[in-house]
Design a binder for this molecule. Structure first.
Ligand SMILES: [Zn+2]
Length: 130
């Protein structure tokens, strides 16, 4: 089993999910380091934050930038593979290289994809050019 998946899986215990009990953990991997995050819910549901964004914002807060990121790993305990939500895909377009590997895993299955495959035709900074 992929050790980065196993390391990410260990962060499921840090998810704060009193409402959904749906735990997600994510990792942002650079050449030198790994940054982990988990989903954090709120009684005002809309203020909840996904594991993918928790990991990315943590990594960026530590000084990581787009060109540093090699891979993201997203792990759940769900029966089916869980894909990033639309908000996280938009944030990934901003903060992760389009060709970066994105590995999705649960207990039974692993799928490798890319940011580009997750959000083709994305809105990004180039759309703001005049
Ligand atoms: Zn999300």
């Amino acid at each position: 089993m992929n050790s980065l998946i196993e390391k990410t899986r260990a962060y499921l215990k840090n998810a704060y999910v009193p409402y959904s009990n749906f735990k997600v953990a994510a990792c942002v991997k650079t050449k030198d380091k790994e940054y982990f995050g988990a989903n954090i819910e709120n009684a005002s549901y809309g203020l909840s934050n996904c594991a993918e964004r928790s990991a990315l914002f943590y990594a960026y807060s530590q000084g990581v930038r787009k060109e540093d990121i090699e891979e993201m790993v997203i792990v759940t305990m769900a029966k089916q593979l869980t894909y990033p939500c639309g908000a996280c895909r938009q944030v990934m377009v901003e903060l992760v290289p389009r060709n970066a590997k994105v590995t999705l895993a649960n207990e039974h299955e692993i799928r490798e994809t890319t940011v580009e495959e997750l959000i083709p035709f994305a809105f990004d900074s180039s759309d703001l050019d005049e």
